[in-house]
Design a protein around this ligand. Structure first.
Ligand SMILES: *Cc1c(COP(=O)(O)O)cnc(C)c1O
Length: 366
């Protein structure tokens, strides 16, 4: 298949803007007249130091990161943050405590990881309805003495998204924004730690962006490996060891592209339109149903089904043949999932909805 014939709905690693890949391709053998690929240059070279500092600045600008907060460009995926957050913020090993909200697979893993280091209070969970909703503020049982409050802003697998920022008093918020970062503005000052694996909305897998309140650094457990210390990474400007140079370069290009779309404000408008198009169709469809509860629906991962496993499989197969790829839902939910991250153009969503309409007409009698 040609790239133009494919609309890639992958949940991650997911589509990158074609424009970004073209620039990276054009410069792959010779970046900026250095005669060298970004993959081949020293991370201490002038050319790379500029890329690194530039990407960090662009990230700060994109999310209006205040000076109280630091942008770190780390490795280990979003998953390493499941361990880094408790090790750095919980207090003394085995003595600290934190609040966790479980709204899906990744927050569940984060909770299990945190339990190794201290006491975890489950502030709320939506497991009772297979994670199809986000608990309301009034349903959160908060511990005012918790070292931090942890939640996952967008549940990639279940297709739910928090529509509010939890109020936790003086307890710092830690948030996994892997699958909705840069899709809308965020008041960074409200957060202790924001983190996101790059492969959903930012860059190739292997880079993790952490945005943290510098005041929270330096509290790590004595046993914290040095590669996992926020303090160390802040002191070394994320260059304690060789950083994921290529991914940082691509993130810089993606942030340039984002700015051309109107930054996070422009992107919020675009993503809302894309999501509305598909959810409006699902709400009136006689064949397909949205999986998540209406007020908790994700604008990034749209989960839906027909109600019949055979029909779902038929749909996925027919869609794939038409170039709508990676629509099969995660095994924990079944059905379908259309991931419509920033790089998914409106056109891809429009064409998918058209195809779903055709499929519905062919498959519903009367
Ligand atoms: C994909 C994802 C993760 C896991 O990311 P890795 O980079 O593979 O560790 C964690 N949280 C969320 C919300 C995700 O979407």
């Amino acid at each position: 298949m040609k790239r133009e014939e494919v609309f890639n709905f992958s949940a991650g690693p997911s589509a990158l803007p074609a424009e970004v890949l073209e620039i990276a391709g054009r410069d792959i053998l010779n970046y900026g007249g250095t005669g060298t690929s970004v993959m081949e240059m020293s991370h201490r070279s002038k050319a790379f130091m500029e890329i690194h500092a530039g990407t960090k600045e662009k990230m700060k600008k994109a999310l209006s990161v205040p000076d109280t907060h630091e942008v770190l460009l780390l490795q280990g995926g979003a998953s390493l943050q499941f361990s880094m957050i408790p090790m750095n913020l919980m207090g003394e090993l085995g003595k600290g405590k934190a609040d966790y909200v479980v709204t899906g697979n990744f927050s569940s893993i984060a909770t299990k990881e945190a339990k190794k280091f201290g006491t975890v209070n489950i502030a709320a969970s939506s497991e009772d309805k297979n994670y199809s909703y986000i608990p309301a503020q009034s349903e959160l049982s908060l511990d005012p003495e918790a070292a931090y409050f942890y939640y996952c802003a967008n549940n990639t697998i279940f297709g739910t998204e928090w529509k509010y920022v939890p109020e936790t008093g003086n307890v710092p918020l830690c948030c996994d924004m892997s699958s909705n970062i840069l899709s809308k503005p965020v008041d960074v000052s409200k957060y202790g730690v924001i983190f996101a694996g790059a492969q959903k909305n930012m860059a190739p897998a292997g880079l993790t962006v952490v945005i943290m309140d510098k005041g929270l650094a330096g509290r790590e457990m004595a046993c914290t490996p040095l590669m996992m210390s926020y303090k160390r990474m802040i002191e070394k400007d994320s260059m304690y060891n060789t950083p994921p140079c290529w991914n940082i370069y691509i993130l810089g290009l993606v942030l340039d592209w984002l700015e051309k779309q109107g930054g996070v404000n422009g992107m919020e408008k675009i993503k809302s339109e894309k999501a509305k198009l598909i959810y409006d169709f699902l709400d009136e469809s006689k064949l397909f149903n949205a999986t998540a509860e209406k007020d908790s629906r994700s604008d990034m991962n749209v989960t839906f089904r027909t109600g019949s496993d055979e029909k779902d499989a038929e749909f996925v197969k027919a869609a794939t043949a038409k170039g709508f790829t990676n629509l099969k839902g995660h095994r924990l939910v079944g059905g379908m999932r259309a991931s419509i991250y920033n790089a998914q153009p409106m056109e891809g969503v429009k064409k998918l909805v058209e195809f779903m309409k055709e499929f519905e007409v062919a498959n519903v009698q009367g």
